[in-house]
Design a binder for this molecule. Sequence first.
Ligand code: NAD
Length: 431
Amino acid sequence: MNISIIGTGYVGLVTGTCFAELGNHIICADNDKSKIDMLNKGGVPIYEPGLESLIKKNVAGGRLEFISDISNAVKASDVIFICVGTPSTDDGSADLSAIEHVSREIAKHINSYKLIVEKSTVPVETGEWVKKTINEFKKSSAEFDVASNPEFWREGSAIDDFMKPDRVVIGVDNKKSEEILKELYGPLDTKIVVTNIKGAEIIKHASNSFLATKISFINALSNICDKTGADINAVAEGIGLDSRINTHFLKAGVGFGGSCFPKDIKAFIYIAEKLGYPFGLLKEVDKINELQKKNVVKKLKDLIWNLKGKVIGVWGIAFKPDTDDIRSAPAIDIIKMLLEEGVKIKAFDPVAMDRAKSELGDKITYCKDIYEAAASSDCVIVMTEWNEFKEIDWKKVKESMHQPVIFDGRNIYNPAKLKELGFKYCGIGRR
Ligand code: NAD
């Protein structure tokens, strides 16, 4: 199929590349010319394992191209995926201005039948607005349909998740759209859930909200464990091995982050409220997450007393391992809180350093590895559970620290082992 992807960020670039890999002809378009120039020069603006080589292969195969002229992308394709950002606004609602902008661009340049697919995460009823907008601004008599096809993959394993999804969800309002999308996803050999557009829009918000609820649930329990001396990892295992519950998303930590959960929960709360249902459960999920980050600062005070003037080594900045994405990363919020307390931060992340520099500038010291970040510090705090943080030379770390204190914000270490090595240890819901 001839497909255009409008918005070549994390989602657009992975989606476009994977559809190209499945044999389609893909045009990835973006109004950020610098991004397109970089891609055309062989660069990749994001870190995602396996993506660079897959892009190269499909560009070389003539199935994948990058342009900044949206009009040509619209004209040349039969199916258009909208993959632009839908960030949070101050009141928690999703900012849909990029979706509206793209809808108008499509309307202006539509020249033949198009299936327009929302891939961006959007509140229920956005599809109606896309349809209305295109109809209002359309100059030709060309027909079109709108569909919803939310994305569920995880950054860090996006390509694998795309190619082997648990399911594909498509929201359509006619057979033609259903058949086009079923044909497109045919090679993936997975369950396709077909519903109407509003149903698909709700599925995405509900799915992220449910996963975030699991995380806030286990984080709330970690506070009970902190107060009682129970071990949250054992509690999580004891709960999660029940197949009705399962162990996924039951890892206590410094809070969830990333470009999706925090914003999608807020947007879902907002739209539910607007529809006349105040979604109290989700408000609590959001509140627990904010508290979890503040608790880190409180616990640090219990560990090393006054924070002013202290040096804290931060291991990991990305919101999760295997990505350079720092959007709404708990590490960023916690670093900012610590800076306000007068703490000096020395940080290291295996791939997110450049993005951290653009967010935090010269407010912190950027280190070349975990050892440099730990040196002369009063405490090291683990914010991201990178695999490479699991096997380390503890003797070297201990000798270089000002005080040997480890705050294990992701519960990746064995408390007994660290204590034996002479560290003061604090985890999340475990001591
Ligand atoms: P992103 O910011 O990385 O990418 C968005 C891209 O859209 C940017 O490159 C931007 O320049 C471009 N853009 C904005 N306005 C445009 C316009 N008018 N015309 C052309 N291009 C335009 O965001 P992302 O992480 O790729 O997320 C995109 C959407 O997908 C969001 O709604 C997000 O919630 C959803 N989503 C993200 C993930 C994820 O893991 N990142 C997963 C599932 C769903």
